[in-house]
Each structure stands twice: as structure tokens, then as C-alpha cells.
Design a protein around this ligand. Structure first.
Ligand SMILES: Cc1cc2nc3c(=O)[nH]c(=O)nc-3n(C[C@H](O)[C@H](O)[C@H](O)COP(=O)(O)OP(=O)(O)OC[C@H]3O[C@@H](n4cnc5c(N)ncnc54)[C@H](O)[C@@H]3O)c2cc1C
Length: 570
């Protein structure tokens, strides 16, 4: 059934910031090696790095420091981060941003004196977010893609990775099985080293921000390969997702945080401002607090026509709103809303997964030959990610992975894959082609959206998580019984939708189990039956393997709760 087998030294799954940086670094470190980037979409056109609006956190200014960036990251993550990973992030972000500007050709905004402009972002004690207007991701990905195109780096576009295949001993990775989405054929790529950089993405929630090509495939494959995942209960919600009705992909997309920062109000269905009742900082409180307050208001039933709330800016003066937020005003107008002069329907929206595959600071995992970087990895951000640390994470660890893989591969050899594992993976993918009555996948997607949003979302408790677990199991069984109409494999989007849902349900189960195991509230995870944050000194992180969760102690390798790396603590 495998139509084609290819060989490469280094295989990279995904072409976001992590995948492209890894490709460039591996090629630079060892140009004699063959490097191949395989991606579900088109290189340079897919994934979330391209969608980055706000920017990239890095300690560049003389008055700032990597220690300060580190402390903000650790405190923002509610002391759950792996401190060695967080340290590597803040140190190497400085190198990567210089590489982006000086070697790869990015233009970032500058101050009149020629220094790089850095703006304020929530949760940071210093303005350190480097940006290109509010289209930073397009600048970064376009330049990275151009550099990859200009080099002898192999590309497999519209190739969906479906299984990590181990060698016949089961001890290391031998390659990856793909579906060539254009032909529907199975392709096996043998590789000495593989990087998982498929970018996570909480698209199992009714409202979400990430790109449509992301369905947690990498995390689902890692779980099937027996790798441990950490912090899976930690899903970040952005408070202001646009709510434009059920049948448009604009619903869930982000209306930038600056709108609340500039003085925007959130109103309930009765057009009353409610945030001052929840937090003294009102609309300017942190993302988790605002999202929780919004969800609580929505549960009370005072909602907008589409079931959300309102964002109002008109009290700031329509011309001023138009001047400051041109892009946002236009986006809202496209969906029939007048942001400058009226009100816009909004809803909290699932944005980012702090959890992912457990890994070491050199990007190695528990499976020799398999590396991980970017949003597929866990441990850098702990219980909450600071805005601006996401793209720093993917570029920093993408580059580390590229360097490390190039060094490792020099003394590694190709390994023979476990043929039975390839056959089993193909049998899994072929399940929906067994024939049977054709029904729509849409109700199953709605079921998933509903259970994750209502029971494993912004507010959780033991009962809701238990119900979610059994509903997810029954949804998984329903998917296994599903039949695709017809037998065509070429660009069969229904088939890929089915595969997306299988990945999302598997990862949703992991989120639910981890959320049930953490009997406290921390960062993005809020249990209404355990609202206290627990002892910071005795912090533990969740580690899930084979659908079993264990709690492991956080090692405070650089700084313990109550201490600081800064000489003068405010
Ligand atoms: C709207 C939005 C705004 C954001 N703004 C910011 C910001 O201002 N600052 C910040 O720091 N972070 C921001 N983030 C987060 C940031 O985008 C991510 O943290 C980061 O870019 C992830 O990089 P990555 O390389 O891990 O994944 P991605 O860039 O998402 O790339 C994943 C790649 O994997 C591919 N892929 C997926 N599945 C498969 C498969 N089965 N087989 C092969 N390939 C596959 C995808 O097609 C894609 O190419 C934002 C995110 C969103 C959604």
C-alpha cells in the first residue's frame, strides 16, 4: 500500500517558525546532509507563525535583561515552567532576533534613533516586544521561506504526517508515514532524525484562533508512539475573539489585546459593563481573568444575539479608534460590525496550548532520533504563555533542533522501519473506507466543540471533566464507525477532516485527564471545585503517557518561589 519510499537524513514536520528555522540551521551546520521539510499545507502559507500579529519578546534594550525576561516568564507561567527551557528561551531569543534581522532580512519597526522599537505586552515588566506593525508573522515567515527556497532543502508540500514509525527493535525512530494529500497515496520517508514541529493548536474548542491546518496531529502521533506529554491541561484563551455567527471562519479570530488596553469596554447582553465587578484592573486584567469573567457572564444568560458579549470602543471617539486600529476596524466591518462607532460581538477563544511533548533543552525526546520544537513541545511556558513568547519559543528551539540534529545525524545510520507498524497505521487511516451508510461529519465536530467548550474549557470541575471523558470516548467510537461516501482518495477533504477529528479527540482526552488530575487552579487552568492555587513551593506538573497521568515535581533549578534573579525586587 506504500506507493513511494524516500530517504533523507533529516526530516522536519511542519513549516512554521520552528520547522523553517530547523531546516536553515541544519543545512548551515552540515550542507552535505539531505534535509526535507514535509508539511500539511504549502510552505510559507500555513501554520500560526504566519498569523503572529503582536510580536516577539526579547531582552534587547540596555535597561532590560535576560534575567528580567526570565523572571517574567517564570512568574507568568505560575512557577510550572521547566527553568532550563525558559532560560534557553530568553538567552537565545537575543541571537535569533539578530539573525532574523541581519542574516535573514526581516525589517522590524525602529525608533527615530535607529534602535529596534519594542512595545508593551501584558505580563511583562519591560516593553520588549519586537514587531513589524501588527503583521510580524508575515514578515518572519516570508523571509524564512525565501531562504529555504533559495537553498538545497527538499520540500514535500501537502503531505500529511500520519504516524511516527519506529525501527524494528522499537527503540528509535526510523521515519514517518505520510498521505500525499494530492494523490491520496501513502508515502514513507526514512530518516535518521525527525523533528516534530506541527504546532499543536487547540482547534477542538468551539471558538479558536489557530489556522485550520492545525489539528494536534503531532501530539496525537507522539502519544501513540508512547511519549510523555506535560502540562496538557494548560490551554490559553484569548478574551476577544470575533463572534460573527456559526458558519464563518472569521468567528474566533483575534481582536487584538490593544483594544482593551486603549480603554475598550466589555458589555453583557444588557449592554452593561461588568469587568469592574470582577477585577480592579477591569478590562485591562490578564487574559485568564478576563476570559473567566466573560464566561461567567455568558453562563448567566445575558448574551449578544450570537451568544457572546460586546466590545465597545465608541466612547473613545470613532475617529480616534479608526486612526489607532485601522486593521481591526476593517476586519470588523467585513463581518458587518462597526468597531469605531458601535459595538462588536466577542467571545473568549482558545488560542494556545502550553502543554506538549516533554523534551530536553537540546530538543531531544524520550525516543532517540525524534526531536521536538515549537508549540508541539511542553514545559517552556508552564501554566501560562506571555504574549510574544510563542514565536520566540518556536524560532529559538527550531534553531536548536536544527543544530543538534545535524550533529547527531553525522554518526547515525538509517534504520529499517517496523513494517507491521506501517501496515497498522495504514489500516487506521483506511478505517472510514470500509463502506457503510454515509453520514455527515459535521454533527461529530459539533459534539466535540460542545463538550470541550462547556466541560473542559475556561471553567472546569470534577463532574464536568468526568462527563467529558465519557463523551469523548463515545465520540471516538462514533468516529471509528464513520464511513466516507465514495472511495476517492485524491484531495479528499472529508477523509482529512476525519483524520483531524481523530487527532483532536485523542488530544482532548489527554487535556481532560490532565485537568482532572490537577486539583487546584493555576494559570490558565481554573477548577471551580478547587479555586485555590496551591503551594508554589510544592509545584508539580502533569505528565501523561498511555492515557495515565502522573504528577511530577517542578525542579526550581535557577530560582525558587519567593526568590528573584533580579538584584532589586520591587
Ligand atoms: C492569531 C494568532 C496570533 C498570534 N500572535 C502571536 C504573537 O503576537 N506573538 C507570539 O509570540 N505568538 C503569537 N501566536 C502564537 C504563535 O503563532 C505560535 O506560538 C508559533 O508561531 C508556533 O510556531 P510552530 O512553528 O510551533 O507552529 P506553526 O507556525 O503553527 O506551524 C505548524 C506547521 O505544522 C504543519 N502541520 C500541522 N500538522 C501537520 C501534519 N500532520 N503533517 C505535516 N505538517 C503538519 C502546519 O501546516 C504548519 O506548517 C499567535 C497565534 C495565533 C493563532
Amino acid at each position: 500500500m506504500v506507493a513511494k519510499t524516500l530517504d533523507t537524513d533529516i526530516l522536519i514536520l511542519g513549516s512554521g517558525g520552528a520547522g523553517l528555522f530547523a531546516a536553515l540551521h541544519a543545512h548551515k551546520a552540515a550542507p552535505e546532509l539531505s534535509v526535507t521539510v514535509a508539511v500539511k499545507g504549502l510552505l510559507g502559507k500555513c501554520g500560526c507563525t504566519r498569523m503572529v500579529q503582536g510580536g516577539y519578546n526579547v531582552a534587547l534594550a540596555r535597561e532590560d535583561s535576560i534575567e528580567r525576561h526570565f523572571m517574567d516568564t517564570i512568574q507568568g507561567g505560575a512557577w510550572l515552567s521547566d527553568q532550563e527551557l525558559a532560560w534557553k528561551l530568553v538567552v537565545l531569543a537575543v541571537e535569533r532576533i539578530k539573525e532574523l534581522e541581519n542574516e535573514l532580512g526581516c525589517f522590524f519597526d525602529r525608533n527615530p534613533d535607529g534602535t529596534v522599537h519594542q512595545k508593551a505586552f501584558a505580563g511583562q515588566t519591560f516593553d520588549r516586544t519586537v514587531h513589524k506593525g501588527d503583521l510580524t508573522g508575515i514578515e518572519i515567515i516570508n523571509r524564512l521561506a525565501e531562504q529555504v527556497w533559495a537553498r538545497n532543502i527538499g520540500r514535500l508540500e501537502e503531505h500529511r504526517a500520519v504516524e511516527l514509525i519506529k525501527d524494528s527493535s522499537g527503540k528509535s525512530i526510523a521515519g514517518v508515514l505520510f498521505i500525499d494529500m494530492r494523490t491520496g497515496e501513502y508515502v514513507f520517508v526514512r530518516a535518521k532524525a525527525v523533528l516534530l514541529a506541527t504546532g499543536g493548536g487547540p482547534t477542538m474548542y468551539r471558538y479558536h484562533t489557530p489556522s485550520g491546518d492545525k489539528s494536534c496531529d503531532g501530539l496525537a502521533m507522539a502519544m501513540r508512539a508512547g511519549l510523555p506529554l506535560r502540562d496538557m491541561e494548560m490551554v490559553q484563551f484569548h478574551p476577544t475573539g470575533l463572534l460573527a455567527g456559526p458558519h464563518t471562519r472569521m468567528t474566533g479570530t483575534v481582536l487584538e489585546e490593544g483594544l482593551r488596553g486603549a480603554g475598550g469596554y466589555l458589555l453583557n447582553g444588557a449592554k452593561e459593563r461588568f469587568m469592574p465587578r470582577y477585577d480592579p484592573k477591569a478590562e485591562r486584567a490578564t487574559r485568564d481573568l478576563v476570559s473567566r469573567a466573560m464566561f461567567t457572564e455568558m453562563r448567566k444568560g445575558s448574551v449578544s444575539p450570537h451568544g457572546g458579549l460586546y466590545l465597545a470602543m465608541s466612547h473613545l471617539g470613532a475617529p480616534e479608534v479608526r486612526r489607532q486600529f485601522k486593521g481591526m476596524v476593517e476586519r470588523c466591518a467585513d463581518c458587518g460590525f462597526d468597531l469605531a462607532g458601535g459595538m462588536v460581538e466577542v467571545v473568549p477563544t482558545a488560542h494556545y496550548m502550553m502543554g506538549g511533548v516533554e523534551f530536553a533543552a537540546d530538543c531531544t525526546t524520550a525516543l532517540p532520533g525524534l526531536y521536538v520544537a515549537g508549540e508541539d513541545s511542553g514545559g517552556v511556558h508552564g501554566a501560562n504563555r506571555l504574549g510574544g513568547n510563542g514565536v520566540a519559543n518556536s524560532t529559538v528551539f527550531g534553531a536548536v533542533a536544527g543544530d543538534e540534529m545535524a550533529a547527531w545525524v553525522k554518526s547515525a545510520s538509517q534504520r529499517e522501519p517496523d513494517r507491521a507498524a506501517i501496515d497498522a497505521a495504514i489500516a487506521f487511516c483506511e478505517r472510514p473506507f470500509r463502506g457503510g451508510p454515509a453520514v455527515s461529519l459535521e454533527p461529530m465536530r459539533e459534539r466535540l466543540y460542545g463538550v470541550m467548550w462547556e466541560k473542559v474549557g475556561i471553567l472546569r470541575d470534577a463532574a464536568s471533566l468526568q462527563q467529558a471523558q465519557s463523551e469523548l470516548q463515545s465520540l471516538d467510537a462514533a468516529l471509528d464507525g464513520y464511513s466516507i461516501p465514495g472511495a476517492a482518495r485524491e484531495f479528499n477533504l472529508t477523509w482529512h477532516d476525519w483524520l483531524n477529528l481523530k487527532s483532536l479527540v485523542a488530544v482532548s482526552r489527554a487535556i481532560t485527564l490532565a485537568a482532572a488530575a490537577r486539583r487546584e487552579s493555576r494559570g490558565a487552568h481554573f477548577r471551580s471545585d478547587f479555586p485555590e492555587s496551591g503551594s508554589l513551593e510544592n509545584s508539580t506538573f502533569t505528565s501523561i503517557r498511555d492515557m495515565t497521568v502522573s504528577m511530577k515535581p517542578v525542579v526550581f533549578s535557577r530560582v525558587a518561589p519567593g526568590q528573584s534573579l533580579l538584584r532589586h525586587v520591587a
